[in-house]
Design a protein around this ligand. Structure first.
Ligand code: MRU
Length: 353
């Protein structure tokens, strides 16, 4: 199974996804700042992977706090959490993971700082392992939605590389293939950073699952031609009414899917839900460097000085989503109700306790 992030002694190693698929290089992070930079510059990306990397980064930062006093340690840790929060704004998993680490620290106000450092490191490793278990459950739950001999469209990368292993949307596809279903995958290249072509196609080829890459704007044409049986994507944040923020371009795929009566499924762990948000309009949308739009692989292709706009995510309203596949089952519309029933309490978020 592809690994994206791991502890190695007192460092965190991150598989540098900016170099994939041509080079497989581990980036060694020795400080909290190294991890924040790796997330911001997308050496690691994908909502669940960002969450776990953030937790590990905070555990790494905690090791560097030089005090024996709980109050001082807590204050410093909270500053680090604040810094980490700014790494990337859209993925709910970042907020979720940071919240979990803060809770771990706050529960240990009677412990020594040495004990707390040990526990937060262990907690981050547990989060990594639980993420894989969660993905396997999501993938199993999604199987019922995948018919035999299906051609599936996916957007961006919601595979092993976007998580700690196996993947969410790509996990469902992988599980269908492993179950013997005859699956073909069409992958949107996913401009500007080409996560579909570079990462999703790479994962599918490694697993011997037939894959064809298209430019993003070809998806509508193929839907109208009835080539695509269903669509499945991941999510970066899901509001309490079921609106889904995901990679830019997801919204137009979902709208065209509905027009052509093709099911549009979202696969996501509970840690991606943000029950504080009433709807998707409240999701903070990351805007990245315009240079990512006018350049490709570091080569400037547009005219020098041209304006470019680069929103990294968009929101698909719940009415376009046929089902949301989670580790606790498949949610159907009306989502406000099915999501409320899924979370027993406001804190009951994620990783299959
Ligand atoms: O900008 P990225 O590459 O972090 O965006 C990733 C996505 O949009 C994924 O679809 C999403 O995080 C789900 S990953 C299981």
């Amino acid at each position: 199974m592809i690994q994206t992030v791991k502890w190695e002694n007192s460092c965190i190693c991150i598989l540098d996804q900016r170099r994939l698929p041509t080079e497989k290089k581990w980036l060694v992070c020795r400080t909290l700042q190294d991890v924040i930079t790796a997330i911001r510059e997308m050496a690691i990306r994908g909502a669940p992977a960002i969450g776990v990397a953030a937790a590990m980064g905070l555990a790494l930062g905690a090791q560097s706090i030089k005090t024996e006093k709980y109050g001082t340690f807590r204050r410093r840790f909270m500053q680090m959490a604040q810094q980490m929060k700014s790494a990337r704004p859209t993925a709910a998993n970042l907020k979720w993971a940071i919240g979990r680490m803060i809770t771990a620290v706050e529960r240990m106000d009677n412990n020594t700082v040495e004990e707390i450092k040990e526990v937060v490191r262990r907690e981050s490793q547990i989060m990594l392992e639980r993420d894989i278990e969660t993905n396997l459950k999501i993938s199993h739950n999604g199987l019922e939605l995948i018919p035999d001999r299906a051609t599936i469209l996916t957007h961006c990368n919601a595979g092993a590389l976007a998580t700690c292993g196996y993947g969410t949307a790509l996990g469902v596809i992988r599980a269908a293939h492993e179950a013997g279903k005859d699956i073909r995958v069409i992958v949107d290249e996913t401009r500007p950073l080409l996560q579909g072509m570079r990462l999703t196609a790479f994962e599918l080829i490694e697993d011997d699952i037939p894959v064809t890459v298209i430019v993003d704007s070809a998806a509508g044409y193929l839907m109208r031609k009835k080539v695509i049986d269903l669509i499945i994507t991941g999510a970066d944040r899901i509001a309490s009414n079921g609106d889904v923020a995901n990679k830019i371009g997801s919204y137009q795929v979902a709208v065209i899917a509905k027009e052509n009566k093709i099911p549009f499924y979202v696969a996501s762990p509970l840690s991606t839900f943000d029950l504080d948000l009433k709807n998707g309009d409240l999701v903070p949308i990351e805007e990245r460097e315009p240079g990512e739009v006018i350049s490709l692989a570091g080569h400037l292709l547009g005219p020098k000085g041209v304006n470019a706009f680069n929103p990294a995510f968009d929101v698909t309203p719940a009415r376009y989503i046929s089902a949301i596949i989670t580790e606790r089952g498949v949610l159907k519309s009306p989502y406000t109700r099915s999501i409320r029933n899924l979370f027993k309490t406001k804190d009951d978020r994620g990783q299959s306790r």
